[in-house]
Write a protein that binds this ligand. Structure first.
Ligand code: PGA
Length: 240
């Protein structure tokens, strides 16, 4: 585990973006899996700036989604697909043909998971996975108890995820399930970056750093990865 602590959110975002840029510059046709959520917003701003400055070119990269809320799609504020288009894919001008995203409204969710797995097997391994962390230790929708050897699957959302998730939606939603890449995808990726910011994440970061790999705390699985970067701002690292 490569633990890096930065003075604030701005620096954290810039350094995480630089790591991703370096991966893309080393392999401009690589496969990327980048998380939706509040923490990566600053990283995506930096990536868009880097691309506009000509420092990196994402046009030949492929993108696979990390996760999606079951029932939601592009038209829904708060869906992962809309978030990624608004914050990254549209500003970068990424072609839809280079994006494979979970359809949270698919009639057959198991088949949808297979479709995404097949995309990863065909285009992978994933060059870089960027993850946030939930206050229950989830990564993507791999909730506490998720197997480390699972690929994409339908997840029953943890109570904490449902409660905290309200922050993403302008209208109240009854969300019970998610679609997510599995931990096995992360362990088979070339690089994994987990970012956390703010005092609200300090407790779960302390637990993640101190606990051995255990399915009760999904983020600890990443310690089994040889190229795992844990990037924190000072506040998220304040209990270490
Ligand atoms: P956040 O989400 O970046 O909005 O805090 C993290 C997560 O739940 O994975």
């Amino acid at each position: 585990m490569d633990l890096r602590i930065y003075s604030d959110y701005k620096e954290l975002s810039k350094e995480a973006a630089k790591l991703i840029m370096n991966v893309v510059n080393a392999n401009p046709t690589g496969l990327l899996c980048l998380a939706a959520g509040h923490t990566p917003v600053g990283i995506y701003k930096c990536l868009v700036d880097f691309a506009r400055e000509g420092k990196v070119d994402f046009s030949r990269c492929k993108f696979v989604s990390l996760d999606e809320w079951v029932g939601l799609g592009m038209q829904d504020e708060g869906s992962c697909i809309k978030f990624m288009h608004d914050n990254l894919f549209n500003p970068l001008g990424i072609l839809e043909s280079n994006i494979a995203f979970f359809n949270g409204q698919a009639s057959d969710l198991e088949l949808e998971c297979k479709r995404i797995d097949e995309f990863v097997f065909k285009n992978g391994p994933i060059d870089v996975v960027l993850l946030g962390i939930g206050i229950n230790g989830h990564i993507g929708f791999n909730e506490p108890g998720s197997a480390f050897d699972a690929y994409s699957h339908v997840a029953i959302l943890d109570e904490i995820t449902k409660e905290v998730g309200k922050k993403y939606f302008p209208v109240q939603r009854q969300l019970e399930k998610g679609l997510t890449l599995g931990i096995k995808h992360f362990l088979e990726a070339r690089n994994v970056i987990l970012v956390a910011s703010g005092a609200g994440k300090a407790e779960i970061i302390k637990k993640t750093v101190e606990s051995p790999p255990d399915t009760s705390l999904p983020a600890t699985a990443l310690k089994l990865h040889n190229n795992f970067y844990l990037l924190l701002d000072k506040e998220a690292a304040s209990l270490l």
